[in-house]
Design a binder for this molecule. Structure first.
Ligand code: UDP
Ligand code: MG
Length: 340
């Protein structure tokens, strides 16, 4: 059986079309499937549409998060509830064409654990493409995992890859890095980029920038290392300067000029200190979040009619079956027809 996880945030306009496309494609390529629609705290009627879809076709299940937790959390929620031997992750906006699954699934049968779709950058803004390209170049120098341009969350995972992902309990989830970190045999399938037809992209420039910084910080400590190097460099420079100034004063006596040198030094060093204080703060902030050990998301509703809040703890040693068991035993009040 194939599970398809779909994170949705304000996607009321596209869901019905998505359902039709999925039903058509999936029935042609797999004998049995389930679709997990995850409502990531949408502000529009997404949840209503999901309820209706799920009512019409029980193969479509849904989970609703209690608020907008972000795509990473929504995907995680879906993965934690998926029951298939393979799990595909798709966007709700049909930018990840379901037709491609027909090419991806056979590769999974050949023994790959991750089948990844890579898009071309057709239809993207020139500037955005260029920035992305530079970003990935820089990232791959910096971080310990390998990241690739055009590769996103569109992929099919084997059960053990899913289990591996769920076993990573960290709170700050930079999924591109996590997918790469778990490793396993991975194969890439290329496809032509599709532009969004309804609704708008949920990525604003600020979100993208933050995501980029997350990527750098989540997977390495190079920025801290850079602080050490730069600190060392400036200390050496300062020592040299001190020796020179002392010698100068001894030989020629003290004279007043030196204002420019002074101000430049104060500003330069002060700026650097602030910058790296910021870097330290970033890491500290992350540690702060990790130590709280908050759940990654809360569920407010699942298909069926349970309205009990559900949180799913992750971490080493919890596999998917246990997770499911956990939510069933502890948090969801048994309700008639709950399909969790
Ligand atoms: N999404 C989500 N939560 C968010 C933002 C986005 O679940 O906070 C979902 C969204 O509904 C879509 C997918 O993530 O299914 C990708 O979003 P979008 O199409 O806006 O991103 P883009 O394709 O522009 O990268
Ligand atoms: Mg999209």
């Amino acid at each position: 059986m194939l599970s398809v996880v779909i994170p949705c945030f304000n996607e009321e306009q596209g869901l019905v079309r998505l359902k039709e496309a999925l039903t058509k494609e999936l029935s042609a390529i797999v004998p049995e499937f389930e679709v997990l629609l995850v409502d990531d705290g949408s502000k529009d009627r997404t949840l209503e549409v999901m309820r209706r879809i799920s009512g019409e076709d029980p193969r479509f299940r849904y989970l609703a998060l209690s608020r907008n937790f972000g795509k990473e959390a929504a995907m995680l929620a879906g993965l934690s509830q998926a029951r298939g031997e393979a799990v595909a992750i798709l966007d709700a906006d049909l930018q990840h064409p379901p037709e491609l699954l027909a090419r991806m699934l056979p590769l999974l049968d050949q023994g790959y654990d991750q089948v990844v779709a890579r898009r071309t950058r057709k239809g993207d803004g020139k500037v955005r493409s260029l920035i992305s390209k530079m970003y990935y170049k820089m990232m791959n120098r910096l971080v310990d995992v390998e990241l690739e341009d055009g590769v996103g969350d569109f992929r099919v995972l084997s059960q053990r890859a899913v289990r591996a992902l769920l076993s990573l309990g960290e709170y700050n989830r930079f999924s591109k890095g996590l997918f790469s970190w778990i490793g396993f045999d991975t194969v890439v399938v290329d496809y032509e980029n599709v532009t969004r037809e309804v609704g708008g992209s949920k990525w604003t420039f600020r979100k993208l920038l933050n995501y980029g910084i997350d990527g750098v910080i989540s997977f390495n400590n190079q920025p801290l290392r850079l602080a050490v190097y730069l600190g060392g460099f400036f200390t050496a420079l300062a020592f040299g300067y001190i020796v020179w100034i002392l010698a100068d004063a001894l030989i020629r006596g003290v004279d007043v000029p030196g204002y420019v040198t002074l101000v430049t030094a104060i500003l330069g060093i002060g700026g650097l200190q602030l910058l790296f204080l910021g870097v330290m703060g970033e890491y500290l902030g992350r540690i702060y979040y990790e130590t709280k050990r908050r759940p990654h998301f809360l569920l407010k509703e699942v298909s069926g009619d349970s309205d009990a809040p559900v949180s799913v703890p992750l971490g080493p040693g919890l596999d998917r079956q246990e997770l499911l068991q956990h939510t069933l035993e502890h948090e969801v009040r048994p309700t008639t027809g709950a399909k969790l």
